[in-house]
Design a binder for this molecule. Sequence first.
Ligand code: ZN
Length: 467
Amino acid sequence: MSMKEDNFADWYLDIVEKAGLSDKRYPIKGMNVWTPYGWKIMRQIDTYIREEFDATDHDEVCFPLMIPETEFAKEKDHIKGFDEEVYWVTHAGLNELDVRLVIRPTSETAMYPMFSLWIRSHQDLPLKTYQIVNTFRYETKQTRPFIRVREIHFFESHTCHVSEEDAQLQVEEDIEILERIAKKICLPYTLLVRTEWDKFPGAHYTVGIDTSMPNGRTLQMGSIHHYRTNFSVPYDITYEDENGEHKHAHQTTFGMSERLVGALIGVHGDDQGLVMPPGIAPFQAVIIPILSKKNADEVLAASKALMSALSAAGIRVKLDDRDDRPGSKYYDWEIKGVPLRLELGARDIENNVVSFARRDTGEKGAIALDDLVPGVRMILDDISDNMLARATEVQKSRVQDIDSTENIPQDKILRFGWCGCEECGHKFEDTFDFKILGTPYHPEEYQGKCIICGKPVDKPAYAAHTM
Ligand code: ZN
């Protein structure tokens, strides 16, 4: 295994392969195969996302993959933003199509012509929908599993509201949902309002959700957008209000992708492999029976009983009864990052305990069998807390305040004054080859000067190299 600190890029690819997350040998570059363990992780995340959005009155939908060019082209900024990175279907069988079809890069232009039919009156609002589907983008930069791919496993919610204020409340709800999801995956993140030139094509504003990776670069894991009526006008999404007046709906979207998997690999993994957050680990605990010739049956039976008891309590557990040495099993489950390893041998049974080892800290100990379920739960909770605290600490340590453009550290997230004007912004980005991530969505106390023009400012901007 490559070392994380020395060479993040190689280490990352190594983990993806050795933990069995994805196979990039599929004969289309950037379209990778989800292999069983990777797909189990993604499904855990999807399941949790569904729970959250169902619980907040969103309805799951599933739209067609293809979009006619005529619909795709209706919002002019949107098509300008995506033109160069979409796949086109030009033929059906032997016939050339009159209207080319886009393979969805995101689903605004698939959904909104239908929303226009679905929404009639203010009583149809808010309309809150989401889907989990694959989207396609022709990436020209070097691809990397989960982080930059051409077929993307994607979550997107789309909502319509009576007013700008209502849509703004949806953004607030999205942020609350995000907080719970990120906690489940133990991922710290920042919420930054993107610059005008970096916002989603067609959006009124975009909030980027970034985390930082061990190579000092930030990774955008998702984004939330307020569209105002930028799409409802071209797509004619109107409703009749109480007074019989026709108005355009205000819209929002929230998108996240398989980059969450890329983030959790990068943020939590170590030189032994993955470290899975208990909240979404396909297996939260693995049981390794420590067998000898004379007690094999007894230990195996006790291990099965242990598994049943934990499963019945809703803990995701795997019994590894393969005919192999315990040491080699430890190694396999360490690479896969299973949070808690339980070892059961004749002596443990005698003492009425099960031995454990934590993946996050390596700490070892024993849990009384009489106290099994609460004992395991307590350790899993503690692992979650520890992983989030550790990752948050690391993320904080990567942010550096700068007040001049001399000796800018290359491996940090920069916090500095920026007057907000495009000229200063572009000058900063072009001169120092950093990308401005934006300004804090939640206000931060700050007094400083624009790093380019010197004008006094009272909110900071953040910039970084990005993945
Ligand atoms: Zn300035």
